[in-house]
Design a protein around this ligand. Structure first.
Ligand code: ADP
Ligand code: ASP
Ligand code: MG
Length: 403
């Protein structure tokens, strides 16, 4: 088989763990499989690099940020390859560029446009183990780019798709996908299987165990994706097509996203085109908008509230402040002390009353809901961050996910 194995930050968190990973890869290779390994930076490394940059600037050039951030993964890739050689294997470390990962020019959140697997295929043909530095690619100008936080998952899935690997294994610090983050709710249950669509919702709603774009890509390219732990041989969770799952539960999991900030625009001039103006400018600044609500007030203006990623808040502020200056908006305010809890399940499509239960769970716990967004398979609620864990545990119990 041709297998892609991705190891996340905790799994390569120190030299002993890198050695462990080398042994695991070595065992797979000795079974006769071809392997491409994708690695993250050692845990905490990328955050440390971000902090270093922030020491000098609140708004650093994003091209330089990519030069900086991509270095963490190069360190682990080289070290792992060296450790593998010491175990008697022929291995080679590759940067994203060498692995042929071509992206657009959107620094710090680049999209993969194409993968040219020539160098990888040649190395595999020679029997080498390849160790690719995850999270990075190269754009048409030859500049290094990164794929957004958690992006090594995307590197692994995209490579698995491009070289038509038989299996893509994501090794992390929990043994699979759980009914909610097991660090918040110890009663969370591991799922044997989860559909691409549910996993995509969970990932986009904050369950960082897989990066959402990696799940999107896995679905599109039909990649056989498994999440499992690098610390034992325990079976993981298979992410697969919905039809491969016998009985879809009403609710599969609860997700929590703490990386949200709320922006409130007060006294927005109530005229056609104003919302489109504001949100177009935000899109140009590459700010992703999440939940939006608009209220009419009696004086002919409206209030618009929306949420953005905390990391986009600075850019969003600059855009919105311009509208305040021109008088199209009376005032704006920001709140980072919020979070978003979501209930996810494909079974919801055909059942009424799922939302009502979520709202009454919040009421029973005296948690005020600030904003609500729903789709066919999810209900999201924006609440004060201090209630995050209470809400997750309450919902987990209300939908009997611990049973
Ligand atoms: P890695 O460094 O291996 O990429 P991450 O920290 O990105 O690992 O993702 C793994 C973490 O995701 C787990 O430690 C867990 O706290 C969190 N997590 C959130 N939701 C879930 C869930 N539903 N199932 C499993 N893990 C989850
Ligand atoms: N090191 C990067 C991050 O921390 C990418 C990854 O770990 O997947 O976001
Ligand atoms: Mg991750």
């Amino acid at each position: 088989m041709l297998i892609v194995q991705k190891f996340g930050g905790t799994s390569v968190g120190d030299l002993d763990r890198i050695q462990n990973v080398a042994h695991r890869v070595s065992r797979t290779k000795n079974k006769g499989h071809d392997i491409i390994v994708v690695v993250s930076a050692m845990s905490g490394e990328t955050n440390k690099l971000v902090d270093y940059a922030e020491h000098f600037s609140k708004n650093p050039s994003r091209g330089d940020m990519d030069m900086l951030l991509s270095s963490g993964e190069r360190i682990t890739a080289s070290l792992l390859s060296i450790a593998l050689q010491e175990l008697g294997h022929d291995s080679v470390a590759m940067t994203g560029r060498k692995a042929g990962i071509l992206t657009d020019t959107s620094h710090t959140k680049a999209r993969i446009e194409n993968i040219n697997p020539r160098a990888m295929k040649e190395a595999i043909k020679k029997g080498k183990i390849i160790v690719v530095a995850g999270f990075q690619g190269v754009n048409e100008h030859g500049d290094v780019t990164t794929l957004g936080r958690g992006g090594s998952d995307l590197s692994a899935v995209a490579i698995a798709g491009a070289i038509k690997a038989d299996l893509c294994e994501i090794y992390t610090d929990v043994s699979g996908i759980y009914t909610t983050d097991p660090r918040i709710e110890p009663k969370a249950k591991k799922l044997d299987k989860i559909s691409y669509d549910e996993m995509l919702e969970l990932a986009s709603l904050g369950a960082k165990v897989l990066q959402s774009r990696s799940v999107e890509m896995a679905k599109k390219l039909n990649v056989n994706l498994v999440t499992r732990t690098s610390f034992s041989d325990e079976e993981g969770t298979l992410i697969c097509k919905e039809e491969n799952i016998m009985e879809a539960p009403l609710v599969s999991a609860i997700a929590l996203d703490r990386n949200q900030a709320r922006i409130s625009l007060m006294g927005v001039k109530d005229k056609p085109g104003i919302a489109s103006d504001i949100f177009n400018k935000l899109a140009e600044a590459e700010v992703n908008i999440d939940v939006i609500i608009q209220n009419k007030s009696h004086d002919g203006t409206t209030n618009i509230d929306f949420t953005v990623l905390v990391s986009d808040l600075h850019n969003a502020k600059s855009v919105v402040d311009e509208f305040v200056k021109t008088g199209d908006i009376d005032a704006d305010s920001y709140n980072e002390e919020i979070c978003k809890v979501s209930v996810v399940g494909v079974g919801m499509k055909s059942h009424a009353g799922v939302a009502a239960k979520a709202f009454s769970t919040m009421a029973d716990n005296n948690i005020n809901i600030n904003m609500i967004a729903t789709s066919e398979i999810k209900i999201s609620m924006v609440i004060d961050e201090k209630y995050a864990e209470l809400a997750v545990r309450g919902l987990h119990e209300a939908y009997e996910l611990d049973k």
